[in-house]
Design a protein around this ligand. Structure first.
Ligand SMILES: [Fe+2]
Length: 308
């Protein structure tokens, strides 16, 4: 098949389910000119002065707190040093929100536009588009964690193993852990246990292979004995915004001593709770607007740069 017609990411849209982990997916995003090392070096030079990178040393383990890893295993190398000598940098680094860079926004748009019709058919309302580029030295682990967005994770260079748990797996991440995360970006109730490996979807990633991970699918990545380059394309939809809103309401109920039923068990209660959330949210936004405060909208076309 000719590259001019080959889709960037190959997906069976007929069976696509936005709330199911899917993979291995085949892609050729590593062929994109903006994902070659010289272009990435220029990107690092632009993002580093803005502080748009996150790093820790290779000492971090699967059970290390993802939120605290940069503090617990502080990397003292510059972002430029890491990309220049990734094989020996003994580091993990993420370039954050690359869609805020005018050049890399075109990459995020190109890839997400290519899958958007399929996504929208199953899960409308794509928003908050973002791109994240991960560089890892040999034998480096990405600690167990989850994220708020739906995500395509695509391997560009090197081999690694991706473990992903279903977003409905309450053994891997409880409802309470998800409530806390959506309400406060707090991952402290997401706790790694070795036995979780048996419950995971396990993907061997190599250049041209990736996976789709729904919102709050816990994941952990173990790099092989090679430098690795990976990119994730992330977004919200109507259903992720609703799911996040419900978890935030449930976090408030827990503060009142009420243990809410898991989302999806009582749909009428979910409808009422989300209506309440939307009403409160609209009032809060109106007050901020009156006070001249900035308003961050989850239905904005692109993610903002201040959250990691
Ligand atoms: Fe992640």
């Amino acid at each position: 098949m000719n590259n001019t017609v080959r889709p960037w990411i190959e997906i069976d849209w007929g069976s696509f389910d936005p709330w199911r982990v899917q993979g291995p997916l085949h892609h050729h995003v590593m062929d994109h000119p903006l994902l070659q090392w010289d272009a990435l070096m220029e990107l690092v030079k632009r993002l580093e002065p803005l502080g748009q990178f996150r790093s820790h040393t290779s000492e971090a383990a699967a059970g290390t707190s993802f939120n605290d890893a940069p503090r617990l295993f502080r990397n003292r190398k510059s972002a430029t040093d890491i990309i220049t000598n990734l094989s020996d940098a003994h580091a993990w680094m993420s370039l954050l929100n690359v869609q805020t860079d005018a050049v890399y926004r075109t990459l995020v748009d190109e890839i997400l536009d290519s899958v958007r019709p399929g996504i929208e058919a199953a899960d409308p309302g794509m928003s908050y588009r973002a791109g994240w580029i991960f560089l890892a030295s040999p034998n480096t682990v990405t600690p167990f964690h989850f994220d708020t967005e739906h995500s395509f994770i695509l391997q560009l260079q090197g081999h690694k193993t991706l473990y992903v748990w279903d977003p409905q797996d309450l053994e891997a991440a409880s409802e309470h852990a998800r409530d806390l995360f959506h309400a406060y970006h707090d991952r402290s109730l997401l706790v790694w246990r070795e036995e979780l490996r048996e419950r995971a979807h396990k993907f061997r990633l190599e250049p041209g292979v990736g996976a789709y991970m729904p919102c709050t699918s816990p994941h952990m990545v173990e790099n092989d004995d090679n430098p690795s380059l990976t990119m994730s394309f992330t977004f919200y939809t109507d259903s992720t915004r609703r799911n996040a809103g419900l978890h935030r309401v449930h976090a408030q109920l827990r503060k009142l001593g009420i243990t809410p039923a898991p989302i999806g068990r009582h749909s009428a209660l979910d409808v009422a709770a989300y209506g309440l959330y939307q009403g409160r949210h609209a009032i809060s936004r109106g007050l901020k607007r009156l006070g001249g405060k900035p308003i961050e909208r989850e239905d904005a076309p692109y993610a903002y740069a201040n959250l990691i």
